[in-house]
Design a protein around this ligand. Structure first.
Ligand code: WT7
Length: 654
């Protein structure tokens, strides 16, 4: 990491907003002054951009930290805010979704059509017994029904738990169980990389593995037909979406729910093996998701075509595919497939086809396009683009420059946005049209957000220094807890800076001489691979779950394309070696992890070693393994129980 810091320290390119962009920008410098003058009044004003069935009179209740309540006596319906109110305002014919399937089929869905669909699905779910507070698991590809499903659940005041379609049956099962879902919404499959990727079989397996014990909460499975592959069917439990929705009434009146009514649970990896169910509620979440989408993505709903490339299985898809853009009545592109199917210019073809004006994506994607060369994007007309965004991991200055130069024709502003599943929406970012940008720096907290970089005891580090990123005041879209585990919520985020009452984000950061923030990656055992969060412990437990493995240690090693890559060191059981040859085992273990957790968790490298570096108290020194994985000279080994072990490992890796 010190290499990276040196590199960042010498970065001095600056890009001032153009007068033309600034003249028409949603954001203004005034916003900072307004928020500084009265933070709560500022957020109350942003919240009033939503429709409240019952207006709130209270803004923030922080009487029981760290459990915040925002706008608690107000009532709203999240789906009404994303749908009906736009139709009632005369914008029913505006396109909400410009959907493109991977094979090239496409659909335009207007706000009126989406509202109609969501009302029907809400009626279907009610018919299946779903009520406010019930959990509904969603396991779908990127098709319009995925968004309709989320909004239908929200419309009923129920809680969705979207599970990324790339997760395995096992990951699906633990998430369904933890949330106690009553209904699962899935599809026969989706298209990925030119093939049908089945989804329903994973749901069937997950539900079969659970047996009929007290955990077996799922009563129905609602199945969208997308790929027409053969699927198993459980009579009485399973029903087709197209049948049920066609039969359902399109009349449905959205009921108001309290601002703090839970909206969704989204599982994310922590430092232990068990994923955390991050809980978000309604009013504060929607306020900040919509506000940041307006001011950071500069959404002009009547003219823009927004495209956030994230899958709805991640928080970025929740906040900047479903909730932010739809609450703002924007038009957006939704794409089912991978960036390189059927050809490596697919994204740029879509930008041209739909006239995308704002593109929001991850550094990993930018770096893989960089690798393929500018000839590919150069073949398409990208002149509609006027703003580019980045999210998910630090963007290195070279990728930032390439993004601006090749995709943005040296003209578009770039916003590098830092936030987390837990923060619910953007927290740190330049404001386009306002901020002079610096390649590689996420820069400043958005108006109304209080952030600091501190040393271990919680004191501000001062400009020119590095430390830990903290959020010093509660914010509207903050997580309200971890589903079913309030203690873990307090321990994970609030205990470290208990005296100060700061939220500990788990990220290292540095303040430059202007006080701008440069993110330096996680400081805990969480890896960031292609902008997706993975836990070292979770992958280690998957590895030791394999019959061949005695011990495993996993590290995140820097990777040119994916930011970090999973590298595993495993000790194989002698009993296994007595009966099997180790040949092909490393590859087999990579596959195994992919099956246990999902393809995103599959290690880049698995090294079979004789020993792992441990301290005298038995703690694995991952720092040393990272040195090996990154091909560096191994650092200080003096605290190892056996100082010779690293040279053995280095030799085994080569
Ligand atoms: C972690 C959160 C935010 C949605 C996608 C990931 C890293 C995120 C940035 C950025 C540097 C970033 C942090 C953070 N991260 N955005 N712009 N610059 N780092 O959400 O899976 O909850 O992961 O992603 O390390 O803690 P997530």
């Amino acid at each position: 990491m010190s290499n990276q810091i040196d590199h960042l320290l010498t970065e001095n390119r600056r890009f001032a907003p153009s007068p033309e962009f600034a003249a028409d920008a949603v954001a203004t410098a005034e916003l900072y002054a307004q928020a500084d003058a009265d933070r709560e009044a500022f957020w109350a004003e942003q919240a009033r951009a939503l429709h409240w069935h019952t207006p709130f009179t209270q803004v923030l209740d922080w009487s029981n930290p760290p459990f915040a309540q925002w706008f608690a006596d107000g009532e709203l319906n999240v789906a009404y805010n994303c749908l009906d109110r736009h139709v009632e305002a005369g914008n029913g014919d505006r396109v909400a979704l410009l959907w493109e399937g991977e094979p090239g089929d496409s659909r335009r869905v207007t706000y009126a059509e989406l509202t109609d669909e969501v009302k029907r699905v809400a009626n279907v779910l009610t018919g299946l017994g779903v009520e406010a507070g019930d959990r509904v698991a969603i396991y779908l590809p990127m098709i319009p029904e995925a968004i309709a499903a989320m909004l239908a659940v929200a419309r009923l005041g129920a809680i969705h738990s979207v599970i990324f379609g790339g997760f395995s049956a096992d990951s699906l099962r633990t998430r369904i169980d933890d949330a106690g879902a009553k209904v699962v919404i899935t599809s026969d499959g989706g298209y990925r990389k030119g093939r049908v990727s089945p989804l329903k079989p994973a749901v069937d397996q997950a539900l079969a593995d659970r047996g009929n014990g007290p955990q077996a909460t799922v009563e129905h499975v609602l199945v969208v037909r997308r790929t027409e592959n053969e699927v198993g069917w459980t009579e009485g439990r399973d029903l087709w979406w197209h049948d049920a929705v066609a039969e359902a009434s399109a009349d449905h009146t959205a009921q108001p729910f309290p601002a703090e009514n839970p909206l969704f649970i989204l599982y994310t990896s922590g430092t232990t093996g068990k994923p955390k169910g991050i809980l978000h509620t309604s009013g504060g979440y929607l306020t900040q998701a919509a506000f940041t989408n307006r001011v950071v993505h500069d959404i002009h709903s009547e003219t823009d075509v927004f495209w956030c490339t994230a899958d709805i299985g991640w928080i970025t898809g929740h906040s900047y595919v479903t909730y932010g853009p739809l609450a703002n009545g924007a038009t957006q592109v939704l794409y089912e497939g991978t960036p390189d199917a059927p050809h490596p210019g697919r994204w740029w073809e879509l930008v041209e086809k739909y006239g995308v004006t704002i593109l929001y994506t991850a550094p990993t994607a930018i770096r893989s396009f960089m690798k393929l060369g500018r000839e590919i994007p150069n073949r398409f007309d990208l002149s509609s683009l006027r703003l580019l965004g980045s999210v998910g991991e630090p963007i290195n200055p070279e990728a930032w420059m390439w993004y601006r130069h090749v995709i943005g024709a040296d003209a578009t502003p770039i916003v590098d946005t830092w936030w987390q599943t837990e923060t619910g929406s953007i927290m740190v970012s330049a404001l386009p049209g306002v901020t002079e940008t610096k390649p590689g720096s996420a820069q400043v907290p958005i108006p109304g957000i209080s952030i600091d970089v501190v040393e271990d005891a919680g004191e501000h580090v001062g400009n020119g220094n590095g430390g830990l990123l903290v959020i010093t005041k509660p914010w509207p879209s903050m997580l309200r807890g971890i589903w079913g585990d309030p203690d873990r919520f307090v321990e994970t985020y609030w205990e470290k800076f208990q005296d100060k009452g700061y939220y500990f984000a788990g990220d290292g950061a540095r303040l430059d001489d202007d006080g701008d923030i440069w993110f330096l990656g996680r400081v805990d055992d969480v890896m960031n691979v292609s902008g997706h969060r993975l836990s070292t412990t979770e992958i280690e437990s998957a590895l030791v779950g394999n019959e061949a493995v005695a011990e495993a240690a996993v590290v995140g090693a820097s990777d040119e394309t994916t930011g970090q890559a999973v590298v595993a060191f495993v000790i194989v059981k002698q009993s296994y070696l007595n009966e099997h040859s180790p040949e092909g085992l490393a590859d087999g273990l990579r596959k195994w992890v992919g099956e246990q957790i999902g393809p995103i968790a599959r290690p880049r490298d698995v090294y079979i070693v004789g020993e792992l570096p441990k301290t005298r108290s038995g703690k694995i020194m991952r720092r040393l393994l990272r040195d090996v994985a990154e091909g560096r000279e191994v650092g200080d080994t003096t605290t190892l129980a056996d100082t010779a072990v690293m040279s053995v490992i280095s030799a085994q890796v080569k």
